[in-house]
Design a protein around this ligand. Structure first.
Ligand SMILES: *Cc1c(COP(=O)(O)O)cnc(C)c1O
Length: 222
């Protein structure tokens, strides 16, 4: 039952306003159930097929967060049930999410991924692209999308100053965007902070953590 214990211990250290997403990727449903029995309801997964399988097997009151890189052609598989899509990183993806939301008659909540790390320039918008998106008026036409905030990943380095600086930049941008809120663009959630850096993320202003290995133990990839 180490999962239950880890969750309880972790939660004791978190401010009440912080939303904890338990990242269960690669972990079996039995371990997810241990967390569930400790009242954890928000879980995060990175792979579409794995998320769909786990959703089918597990209690229906779980809120599933998709936290990985989402390909447009796979939105349809998670649209019927997903709670929040972190990591939306292109206009094309936003449009597809809208289309699948319409098909399923549900507004799909999303976070825009902001590219904050100095390394690994892989996914995410930069700040200018997000301001352009907000100014463009495109979001008003996407009735089945609701942007609920931002998601970011700091550089994977030991240097606390670098990581804190990246989180602070993200938090500043998040605050700045509050002045631009509309009906389907609201800055409620700042999703940043993982096992290795969540304490720094909270200090910088995060209110949503995505934590895997601290809860479930190290992942073993085949
Ligand atoms: C795997 C993953 C996490 C959790 O990582 P840990 O270091 O195990 O806490 C958080 N966010 C994303 C996007 C991930 O892929």
């Amino acid at each position: 039952m180490f999962v239950a214990k880890n969750i309880v211990e972790l939660k004791k250290t978190l401010p009440l306003y912080v939303n904890l997403i338990a990242v269960s990727k690669t972990k079996p449903v039995e371990m997810i159930m241990q967390a569930y029995e400790s009242d954890q309801r928000d879980f995060g997964e990175n792979y579409v097929q794995e998320l769909v399988d786990k959703h089918n097997l597990l209690p229906k009151d779980i809120c599933w967060h998709f936290i990985g890189h989402l390909q447009s052609n796979k939105v349809k598989y998670i649209a019927p049930f997903v709670h929040l899509i972190h990591g939306v990183d292109s206009i094309k993806l936003l449009k597809e999410i809208n289309k699948q939301g319409e098909k399923n008659k549900r507004v799909l909540d999303c976070l825009l991924q902001v590219y904050i790390a100095r390394e690994e320039s892989k996914f995410g918008f930069d700040n200018n692209e997000i301001s352009d998106l907000v100014e463009s008026g495109l979001l008003e036409t996407l009735e089945y999308v609701c942007v609920k905030g931002l998601m970011g990943m700091a550089s994977n380095v030991d240097n606390e100053e670098i990581v804190t600086g990246e989180f602070k930049d993200l938090a500043d941008f998040f605050k700045w965007l509050k002045a631009k809120e509309t009906d389907n663009f609201v800055m409620n959630y700042l999703s940043c902070g993982m096992s290795g850096d969540y304490k720094l993320a909270i200090k910088a202003g995060s209110n949503m953590l995505r934590i895997g290995s601290t809860i479930f133990g190290k992942r073993i990839y085949e």
